[in-house]
Design a protein around this ligand. Structure first.
Ligand code: ATP
Length: 302
């Protein structure tokens, strides 16, 4: 029985600790999802970001010693670039995000942000510079204001207000009888997928990071909400460096560059137009998804 309750205890502890502003969301993910694998080098300096470029330089990585997931992956996102990563399920897309956040260290190769190798700086400073809009964000049984504000310890109500406006969730909050003091989550107001995603965007904006990781930020939404959210994300990505992990190619067709990952290797890269002309894996995935989204085509004949 003790075993059974341990995860619940853990969640409660994590929540209280966050409530006290002692750890941030990234640390929570680390506690819940992964074992603590990496440690700061003694005396490591903080990451200093002036021009937030991202470099993967010949990165080799696997979760288990006998199974390599990334096979010498190299790419560069210049400061201010809006890049996307696509590829079949299991290709290693989310692994790239986990390595960038330093939940794990590469077996070989280097990952650099603004020229600094991320293994050589403090994890706290690294994570302070990266905002994640995850597939499915966690909401706490607390007020909507709290849920937005904990993106950064010490955020003022003005910060929360400005972020909510930029994430286009302010009109929704203002219509609630208790506004920002409305309780949400399991025991409060249930939010739709789109509203939750906007809370996640607002939370990230409170943090105001120079680097954004968008993990298929528009999954499970109807197409109008999806278009609205995409517009919002596009606006908030301006003046930042962003890397979007996408399953549906239509959401990232206007990225500056699309990296096509296959079995942990970079199979192709280019703009949407260049990749279609290349008639490779991307073009094949695009055609398949177009066919699936055309009503009737993928349905068996009656
Ligand atoms: P999807 O599109 O399905 O989300 P992905 O391209 O993001 O897939 P990853 O999540 O990066 O793929 O996973 C790459 C490979 O690593 C998969 O084969 C997966 O089974 C394996 N993997 C992922 N996480 C772990 C883990 N914690 N331990 C062991 N193997 C893992």
């Amino acid at each position: 029985l003790t075993q059974l309750f341990r995860p619940l205890d853990m969640l409660g502890w994590v929540y209280r600790t966050i409530r006290q502003g002692l750890i941030d969301m990234a640390a929570m993910f680390q506690l819940m999802d992964t074992e603590v694998e990496v440690e700061d080098t003694p005396g490591a300096p903080a990451l200093v970001v002036r021009r937030p470029s991202l470099v993967f330089d010949n990165v080799v990585f696997g979760y288990d010693p006998d199974r390599t997931i990334l096979h010498g992956l190299s790419f560069e996102v210049p400061a201010g670039g809006q890049f996307a990563i696509v590829g079949p399920s299991g290709a290693g897309k989310s692994t790239i995000a986990r390595l960038l956040f330093r939940f794990y260290d590469p077996w070989q190769g280097r990952i650099l942000i603004d020229g600094q190798e991320i293994t050589g700086v403090t994890q706290e400073s690294l994570r302070a510079h990266i905002g994640i809009v995850p597939q499915d964000s966690v909401l706490f049984n607390d007020t909507i204001g709290y849920n937005i504000g904990y993106g950064r310890g010490g955020a003022s109500s003005d910060d929360v207000l400005a972020a909510s406006r930029d994430a286009a969730i302010l009109p929704f909050i203002e219509r609630l009888p208790k506004g920002f003091d409305t309780e949400v989550g399991e025991r409060g107001l249930k939010l739709s997928g789109g509203e939750k995603q906007r809370v996640a965007i607002a939370r990230t904006l409170v943090k105001n990071p120079p680097i954004l990781l968008l993990d298929e930020a528009t999954s499970a939404l109807d197409s109008r909400t999806e278009q609205d959210i995409l517009r919002t994300l596009k606006r908030v990505s301006e003046h930042r460096t962003s890397l979007s992990i996408a399953h549906r190619l239509s959401t990232i067709a206007d990225a500056d560059r699309i990296l096509v990952l296959d079995h942990g290797r970079l199979a192709e890269q280019g703009t949407h137009g260049q990749l279609l002309s290349a008639r490779g894996l991307y073009a094949e995935m695009w055609e398949r998804q177009q066919a699936e989204s055309t009503p009737g085509v993928s349905e068996p004949a009656q």
